[in-house]
Design a protein around this ligand. Structure first.
Ligand SMILES: N=CN[C@@H](CCC(=O)O)C(=O)O
Ligand SMILES: [Zn+2]
Length: 393
């Protein structure tokens, strides 16, 4: 297998605090560094002066190199857009999840090839901004065939696929309580059976503040059925107000609870005593004019925090992890180091992966180069396209 020596790295973020050449911080920063890759894996990391030889060389000419961003929350399988809904929100209309049915109708009407092309374009957009591994959810099909199709297409782009039949109750099941209950039964039964072969994860929009989303009881039923079918758990929780999602996720051992816009002290205590990662989605508060959560409350309590884009047509049509980092630093109380760690190692932990989000021998060679001498520029230069994933494999 061919090896490549990457030189000219002014600043290398390893996320390996134990590296002997590192600064001992959680980012494990090495100055004047080099990296050797072998195929799709990291073979060596250290100071440039100690670097071994390799078949090929790539000189970064004084740039910073970081682990590729891990985008652990996205909804890329959709057709159409909801720009008019966004414009209405900017003049005061609150977000309530009702628009998901609009995207559902457009997505159901699209052909497989149209959806595949749309997802491909969005993944390429992410890669061009420094993202490596991406998680992709279903959730705009909301029928057995349309959810399974969304996951089959998502699987063409990533192994991190998430069944989100419980995104909202679709309009055809909203007439009364019995009809709603029959949708929950469908998600737990036939839909789950059709989708589980194409998914690693199951997720639910647990949100009592939206009439379209799911209660704690319904969410618990759906997550438990998913777990029995061999899927691992994720939760959309506490997005529109304080609610049961965070504590449900912690109790059921979910890998991640995402949004966490509104958190009580009890929510934070339950996360601190669990293995559940709190995934913050700064683009959502930005694009819905919602209050930003205080990431410091979580970090001070010892909770692992991840950042992700939540790229979707409703609450945040941005695929940019550097944007999420910049907003988290500006408005959520994170330091630039905490935000980068959350967008790489934290997000990897939310996917229960130890082979990404870190640059150490044996990890995947998922590398992002910055057109800047330091990772600080990610937040310092918002909106400037300085990050790009490099593929040496
Ligand atoms: N809130 C639930 N789901 C998405 C939004 C989906 C949409 O509005 O289309 C989210 O993560 O914010
Ligand atoms: Zn989401």
């Amino acid at each position: 297998m061919s090896t490549t020596l990457v030189t000219g790295i002014a600043e290398l973020v390893t996320n390996d605090p134990t590296h002997p050449d590192g600064d001992g911080s959680p980012l494990g920063v090495i100055e004047h560094a080099a990296v050797v890759t072998e195929g799709d894996r990291i073979a060596w990391v250290g100071r440039a002066q100690d670097a071994p030889d390799a078949d090929e060389r790539d000189d970064l000419d004084g740039r910073a190199l970081v682990p590729a961003f891990v985008d652990s929350h996205s909804h890329l399988v959709f057709a159409g857009d909801r720009s008019a809904e966004f414009a209405a929100r900017m003049t005061g209309t609150p977000y309530d999840g009702g628009g998901i049915a609009v995207s559902m109708a457009a997505t159901r009407a699209a052909s497989d090839d149209e959806l595949r092309a749309l997802v491909g374009r969005r993944v390429a957009e992410m890669r061009a901004q420094g993202t490596g591994v991406v998680e992709i959810k279903s959730g705009y099909g909301l029928s057995v065939a349309d959810e399974a199709r969304a996951l089959r297409i998502a699987r063409e782009f990533t192994d991190e696929t998430t069944f989100l039949g419980a995104h909202v109750v679709p309009p055809e099941f909203r007439s009364d309580d019995a009809s709603r209950a029959s949708y929950v039964a469908l998600v737990c039964g036939e839909m789950l059976q059709a989708c589980a072969p194409h998914a690693r994860w199951i997720d639910v929009f647990c949100e009592p503040h939206s009439e379209f989303a799911f209660t704690a009881d319904e969410s618990g039923q759906i997550l438990t059925a998913g777990k029995e079918a061999g899927l691992e758990l994720r939760v959309h929780g506490n997005q529109l107000g304080a609610g049961p999602g965070v504590q449900l996720a912690a109790r059921l051992g979910a890998a991640s609870v995402d949004h966490c816009t509104y958190l009580t002290d009890e929510d934070i205590a339950s996360l601190a005593g669990s293995s559940t990662v709190a995934t913050l989605l700064p683009g959502v508060e930005f694009s819905t004019r919602s209050p930003y959560p205080d990431a410091r409350r979580l970090l001070d309590a010892g909770v692992t925090v991840a950042l992700a884009s939540d790229c979707n047509p409703g609450t945040c049509y941005s695929s940019s992890m550097p944007f999420a980092i910049a907003v988290a630093v500006r408005d959520m109380g994170m330091t630039p180091a905490q935000a980068l760690h959350a967008a790489t190692a934290g997000a990897a932990q939310s996917l229960r992966r130890d082979d990404i989000g870190v640059l150490r021998p044996g990890a995947r060679a998922e590398l992002t180069v910055l057109d800047a001498p330091s990772y600080l520029h990610l937040a310092y230069r918002p909106g400037v396209p300085i990050a790009r994933r490099i593929d040496l494999g």
